[in-house]
Design a protein. Structure first.
Length: 175
């Protein structure tokens, strides 16, 4: 998801659905290399995503395509916490990656190490399971776009039920 394609994501989803795709992951960019240099052109603020993502969620329901959002914290789509891609990472499955000219590493550990939270995140109902945003997002935009989700917000009960189901399946280490 970038500033250049936000308005076209629904159309892209339609093409995927017509091609038989059943699941799509939309990722917020991790600005490295030239993307970092051109971040003002590439990166939308989280506040710019709200309406776009809600329209995309509606389109996904219409096209019967499952979607989720990577590197989009719970507070950006508080009514749809089950669509936060990192929620599925609670299952703890092993993921490895090998950067060019480097050794193989654990993606779960590396991913958390390059994410950060704002000071207000500790007041959010999702604080213990939310990974936050890419650390550079906070460096460039601050934490003003991160609004703690309250216990009685829409969607919280749905997310908690999902976590309980994962715990019962043994997919999540629950203490």
């Amino acid at each position: 998801m970038s500033r250049g394609n936000l308005s076209r994501l629904g159309g892209m989803l339609k093409i995927y659905a017509e091609s038989g795709v059943k699941r799509v992951n939309f990722a917020y960019p991790h600005a490295l290399g030239n993307a970092r240099k051109n971040r003002h052109l590439l990166l939308p603020r989280y506040t710019e995503l709200g309406g776009c993502l809600e329209a995309l969620i509606g389109a996904a329901q219409e096209f019967e395509v499952a979607i989720d959002f990577e590197a989009v914290p719970f507070c950006v789509i508080p009514a749809f916490p089950e669509l936060v891609g990192e929620l599925h990472e609670l299952r703890g499955s092993e993921k490895r990656f090998t950067p060019v000219h480097d050794k193989t590493r654990d993606w779960n550990h590396a991913r958390r190490a390059i994410k950060a939270k704002g000071p207000g995140c500790s007041r959010c109902v999702y604080d213990m399971i939310c990974e936050g945003s890419w650390s550079e997002y906070l460096a460039w935009f601050g934490d003003v776009d991160l609004k703690p989700v309250e216990q009685d917000s829409p969607g919280v009960q749905k997310a908690l039920e999902m976590i309980v189901r994962l715990c019962r399946k043994g997919s999540v280490p629950c203490g």
